[in-house]
Design a protein around this ligand. Structure first.
Ligand code: F6P
Ligand code: MG
Length: 454
């Protein structure tokens, strides 16, 4: 008998709103309609702006967009079948093929509905349908319905950003003299700041006061017990191992890719980490991957990325503004680059990337380390499935191995793998919401395929 028969668990079902009372169910029943209502309200509140910019055409587009969104909201609430997209954009065909695939899997067209399908699919689909409503209505097609929230979250976190830039300045001014151990210490801190940046976003979106009262660096010690898996030593080892033979820290060719998540404080922490990586010469290049259109309320688009750097340059704080200038020059010199790809705004599990987006997979293969930020990326890495908590991360990745990779994620959805036996049970008894509250986090690493073992 083959060993694999005993060790590889069957692929579990996708999380779905069909499980009444589950987090997926509550999200589809309550959260998604609320988000849609807010989107409709935002468009309506901007009616005058559309009129000023586009005259009667703008008003017509506003009305028509709202009608399409209300129709979708109704389809969701009454669990209607998922419909094909009607716009003609670069990803339309791929979305419609995906629907076809779901229909084939479920065996009948009507069962691919909002509550009966995989949660990951319908949640992604909702954001794509919002775009469809806008794209079918030029001249307001390019309007970013989530821009107000993203801008606000940036300004609310200014104090914490200034503190971080002051820390960064302290590191950068002596960077040439730092020993490898000192670099490791700063690396660990900035990796964790970037990790918890993903938590801050959740409190912003829940409407709580998010202005960071304490320094993000000083909070790290007290947050330590909430990191359920901490593979940061392996992340560091992967960076060091990536130095090619004969290269020194001064001539490194290491490339780190960061698959971004949210705008606001989280993006800022990612940029601070990326600046440290190149300033310390742990990496030669950082490639950022963002979204092609507004996504999951606060995710980074190309506009958000450029805007954040501009705002940092313009900040009324010496070290913050200096950081912004430095970041701008990284971009200008090609040390940093921003990329987007339609695959990031599709519903696929990442194990499908090699077959469904081979160009993106090949791009990631050029990296020495890929950092995946946030909860949604974790759901896609693990397929958003009902895995047992003790199943290994590599098993849940199901062959997705373009390069050594690490997930930096605060838990906001009920999928978590790679825990110790009993760890999940203990957490469930002490804190029933541990998987969805954003209070816990993981730094979870997987090497490239050849030396993986679970
Ligand atoms: O709160 C749940 C949720 O909407 C999930 O659907 C999604 O995975 C997550 O929030 C988004 O979080 P993040 O921005 O970390 O990907
Ligand atoms: Mg997000």
């Amino acid at each position: 008998m083959m060993a694999a028969d005993r060790t590889v668990p069957a692929v579990p079902p996708s999380l779905s709103a069909k499980v009444v009372g589950s987090f997926a169910y509550l999200t589809v029943r309550d959260r998604l309609p609320t988000i849609l209502t807010k989107v409709i309200d935002t468009i309506h509140r901007n009616k005058n702006k559309f009129f000023e910019e586009y005259g009667e055409e703008g008003i017509r587009a506003e009305k028509q967009t709202i009608a399409l969104l209300s129709k979708m909201r109704n389809e969701l609430l009454t669990d209607k079948p998922v419909l094909e997209l009607a716009d003609e954009l670069q990803d339309t065909q791929s979305w419609n093929l995906y629907l076809q695939r779901q229909q084939d899997l479920q065996g009948d067209q009507d069962s691919v509905s909002w509550f009966k399908s995989p949660w990951l699919y319908v949640e992604c689909y909702m954001y794509r349908r919002v775009q469809e409503a806008l794209w079918l209505n030029p001249p307001i097609s390019d309007y970013d319905i989530f821009n107000e929230g993203k801008t606000q979250s940036f300004f609310e976190s200014q104090q914490a950003m200034m503190t971080l830039c002051t820390y960064s300045e302290g590191v950068n001014k002596n960077i040439e003299e730092l020993s490898r151990n000192q670099l490791l210490e700063h690396f660990n801190k900035l990796l964790q700041v970037s990790l918890w940046g993903n938590k801050c976003d959740l409190s912003i979106s829940a409407g709580q006061d998010n202005s960071q009262k304490t320094s993000p660096i000083d909070s790290l010690n007290s947050l330590q017990p909430f990191i359920l898996v901490n593979d940061s030593n392996m992340v560091w080892a992967a960076l060091i191992a990536a130095q090619r033979p004969g290269q020194t820290e001064k001539t490194t060719a290491v490339r780190v890719d960061i698959v971004l998540d949210n705008s606001g404080f989280e993006l800022f922490t990612d940029l601070v980490l990326a600046d440290f990586l190149v300033s310390s010469r742990l990496a030669r290049e950082v490639h950022f991957h963002g979204k092609c259109f507004p996504w999951f309320v606060s995710d980074v688009t190309a506009n958000d990325f450029q805007w954040t750097i501009q705002q940092t340059v313009a900040a009324n704080h010496k070290w913050m503004s200096k950081s912004g200038v430095q970041w701008k020059s990284h971009l200008k010199e090609g040390v940093w680059s921003y990329h987007d790809h339609p695959f990031w705004t599709q519903p696929h599990e990442f194990c499908d990337m090699e077959a469904d987006a081979p160009d993106l997979y090949a791009t990631l293969q050029g990296a020495d380390l890929v950092l995946f930020k946030g909860d949604l990326n974790y759901r896609k890495l693990t397929g958003d499935r009902e895995w047992a908590h003790t199943v290994g991360f590599n098993t849940a990745l199901r062959g997705f191995a373009p390069a050594p990779l690490c997930s930096l994620r605060t838990l906001k959805a009920n999928v978590q793998v790679g825990l110790q036996p009993g760890q999940g049970e203990t957490l469930s008894s002490q804190d029933p919401d541990w998987m969805t509250s954003g209070k816990y986090a993981v730094i979870q690493f997987s090497s490239s395929e050849s030396d993986r073992k679970d």
